[in-house]
Design a protein around this ligand. Structure first.
Ligand SMILES: Cc1ncc(COP(=O)(O)O)c(C=O)c1O
Length: 395
């Protein structure tokens, strides 16, 4: 059997392309924030992770340019050997302080951060428990570690507790959750999850990719609940609120020291380029000084959820700038995505196995009321294709 034989048997994407409904790898000509340019036409962007709208901020752009002038375009090597800049260390110190922890370690993407951290911590003898809706990078980190993996019911501390109680008493155990779930926009029940972890001797990592810049005036999920000390490690990405690329793990000095010498995705991959590092650092400083940006992103999403509820659209348990529009199936998801694009609104179609079918919409601090209303008009016009709420039980 030729391993390349699967190239010709993989036909699903070609069929969707032929139907004119292929939603992936859509080329954009301009990407300024709340609007993008596609085929020369301005489209309202309701599918980005640029929650604070900082990718177009003049201060962030200037910092990226200045870093290129000072350091060049690339470090061409791993931080471990020859690619470590004072700029990386400056960003680490400010991130650690922002999260109220001792230290941080900057890596080249959020994906690499989860992969490197989880795989460095666990051995095949250990047990790792993750939420049913955990991000792919968490799953892949667990798989890479070879540890025994179990998934508990989404955001259900009772389900986690049952799974932990079933482990052998002497088993080393790690729990990994998202602070904000990227497909549903709901917030982790950190008070209950951290209590269960403590009761069962499990270490806890929170992936705060979508909590940083969003909750607690941008300070993230542990701060939102006042539980900074109950979380052992936080992982973050710079590719969302911080308008850049890259990721970091934040925790106690001894944990970070260990990871610096064991996280293979850090040690064997080139470091974050100067421009991206400077952009993330500047965005972090803006967030620290202007927490109202985080509140504005959530306020815009609250407005959208309220207006959608008025036209009978159920947005589930979303409580953040991520607002899902649930659909009955794959065909409706792709059809709706296409119709909304034709109406000038960009959203992300999500299909199983990533999550149940839906359009993932998201809102930024920089969306204007007029842009939000135009998007809402488009959603209302196509709402009949969305999954209808369950009828109330007869009394
Ligand atoms: C929850 C979560 N963790 C990690 C990542 C990976 O981040 P990055 O884009 O920096 O690789 C993402 C990105 O989609 C995410 O949503």
């Amino acid at each position: 059997m030729d391993v390349f034989a699967r190239f010709s048997t993989f036909t699903a994407a070609r069929e969707v392309i032929a139907a004119g409904l292929y939603p992936y790898f859509l080329p954009l000509d301009g990407h300024e924030g709340p609007t993008v340019i596609r085929d020369g036409r301005e489209i309202i962007m309701c599918g980005s992770n640029n929650y604070l709208g900082l990718t177009g901020d003049l201060r962030v752009r200037a910092a990226a340019r200045a870093a290129v002038d000072r350091y060049g375009t690339s470090c061409t090597g791993s931080r471990f050997l020859n690619g470590n800049l004072t700029l990386h260390q400056e960003l680490e110190a400010e991130l650690a302080s922002f999260y109220g922890k001792q230290a941080a370690l900057v890596m080249s993407t959020g994906y690499q951060t989860n992969l490197g951290v989880i795989a460095a911590l666990l051995t095949p003898r250990d047990h790792v428990l993750i939420d049913q809706d955990a991000h792919a990078s968490i799953i892949d980190g667990c798989r890479l570690s070879g540890a025994r993996l179990r998934r508990f019911e989404h955001n259900d501390a009772g389900s986690l507790e049952r799974a932990l109680a079933a482990l052998p008493e002497d088993a080393a155990r790690l729990v990994v959750v998202d602070g904000v779930y990227s497909m549903e926009g709901d917030i982790c029940d950190l008070p209950a999850i951290s209590r269960v972890c403590r009761a069962h001797g499990a270490r806890l990592i929170v992936d705060d990719a979508h909590g940083l810049g969003v909750l607690a005036g941008g300070r993230g999920t542990p701060a939102h609940f006042g539980l900074t000390d109950e979380v052992d490690l936080v992982t973050v990405t710079f590719s969302k609120s911080l308008a850049s690329l890259g990721g970091a793990v934040i925790g106690d000095e001894d944990a970070i020291h260990y990871l610096r010498h064991h996280a293979r995705s850090l040690m064997f991959s080139a470091s974050l380029p100067p421009a991206d590092t400077a952009a993330a650092l500047t965005a972090l400083r803006i967030l620290r000084d202007e927490p109202e940006l985080a509140y504005r992103a959530r306020k815009n999403a609250t407005y959208v959820r309220g207006e959608l509820a008025r036209v009978g659209v159920d947005t589930g348990s979303s409580d953040t700038p991520v607002v899902p529009l649930h659909t009955p199936g794959t065909t409706e998801t792709l059809t709706l995505w296409r119709r909304l694009l034709d109406r000038g609104v960009y959203v992300n179609p999500v299909l199983p196995p990533a999550a149940s079918p839906r359009l993932r919409t998201s809102y930024m601090a920089s969306h204007t009321p007029e842009q939000l209303d135009r998007a809402l008009d488009a959603f209302a016009a196509e709402a009949h294709l969305l999954r209808q709420p369950e009828p109330a039980a007869a009394t």
